[in-house]
Design a protein around this ligand. Structure first.
Ligand code: PLP
Length: 338
């Protein structure tokens, strides 16, 4: 099987840049959902702890349970089940959800400021806060999500204005509803780098910490380094004569006599079949013919082949995005920290 190599140095470098932007390490919540974007949930939790991060964001309780020892606070995005723990804050995505949450649970209210995906409407904020109080829940945060923070446009600004309106309303209602001042946060990776002067309580960073943030030209471009490298081992090499074909359905035909090698990585591991015949590795080897389930063929005869060290260029060859490729990497591929 192929191997995933994780660079501690690259990760800490990225966290240094984020910490500099937001002012304090304690304001960084690392998004570890979906096996830490394929990097390995436990591996990234341990590295984060080593760096000094105290906050994390996950998709569900199952993930939170795995990494609980390494963080002081974990924000859980999807409330399928509620395990009570002082470390856990559950995101409220709808008004109806509030009545299903057990009394005493710590929650953060998500407000829809324009993405129209999750969160209560801006007009429902008061109703939500009343309902949270009635249900006996402990409000610890109010949050939103930006839909176009990586895009050069005015979108980020009007959503920010909407969130400011929400914030003012929450603080106004605090007088009559009597709850502690919640933490306010709206930023994913891209959004974090849109602030001229960061003025929120937390950022929820995923892709930037993993070193794969892409921003439109004209926006601030933090110099991140990809944390992950996917490396495969050679199974066999052979010489193709001119005009011979490689792989299923013979989609690659050699132009000249050449050496090709088979590697231990295929679409079962997360290598995209759509990249077949369309990708060249960072060391200049071409992906030849169709990717198979557990194998693929590349030009050359390297014993150890770096499939990618920057997921975005690889994803682009398959008309995908870095996020999608990363989360598709099989959880059983060994993750090795160097
Ligand atoms: C996934 C997610 C993030 C992280 O997004 P990145 O673009 O990877 O930084 C932040 N907030 C929420 C609510 C998310 O679902």
């Amino acid at each position: 099987m192929a191997k995933i190599i994780l660079s501690r140095e690259a990760y800490f470098h990225n966290l240094d840049i984020i910490a500099q932007k937001v002012g304090e390490v304690s304001k960084i919540a690392l998004v570890l959902k979906d096996n830490a974007y394929g990097h390995g949930l436990l591996e990234m939790a341990k590295l984060s702890h080593e760096y000094g991060l105290t906050q994390a964001v996950v998709h569900n309780v199952k993930e939170a349970e795995v990494i609980k020892a390494y963080f002081e606070k974990i924000l859980i995005l999807a409330g399928y089940e509620y395990v009570s723990d002082t470390k856990y804050n559950y995101v409220i995505n709808t008004l109806e959800q509030i009545e299903k949450i057990p009394e005493g649970t710590q929650v953060e209210l998500k407000v829809d400021t324009g993405m129209h995906r999750n969160g209560v409407a801006m007009t429902e904020v008061e109703m939500a806060l009343v309902s949270i109080q009635k249900q006996g829940l402990l409000l610890q945060g109010v949050m939103t999500h930006q839909r176009s923070a990586d895009t050069l446009s005015s979108e980020w600004f009007w959503q920010r204005e909407n969130f400011k309106t929400v914030k003012a309303e929450v603080l106004r209602l605090q007088a009559s509803l009597d709850f502690q001042t919640p933490r306010f946060h709206s930023g994913n990776s891209a959004s974090t780098f849109r602030f001229q002067a960061f003025d929120e309580d937390l950022v929820r960073v995923g892709i930037a910490a993993y070193g794969c943030l892409q921003m439109d030209k004209g926006l601030e471009q933090p110099k991140m380094r990809p944390v992950m490298r996917l490396v495969a081992q050679k199974i066999a090499a052979r010489t193709l004569l001119k005009g011979e074909h490689v792989g299923y359905n013979a989609t690659y035909r050699s132009e000249k006599e050449m050496v090709v090698s088979t590697y231990d990585v295929g679409y079962a591991d997360g290598l995209l079949r759509a990249a077949s015949n369309r990708y060249t590795t960072p060391e200049g080897e071409q992906l030849l013919g169709r990717v198979s389930m557990d194998n693929s063929t590349f030009s050359g005869e390297r014993t150890s082949l770096v499939i990618f060290d920057d997921v975005n260029s690889y994803a682009q060859a398959a008309s995908s995005i870095g996020y999608e490729v990363l989360v598709g990497l099989h959880p059983e591929i060994a993750r090795v920290v160097v």
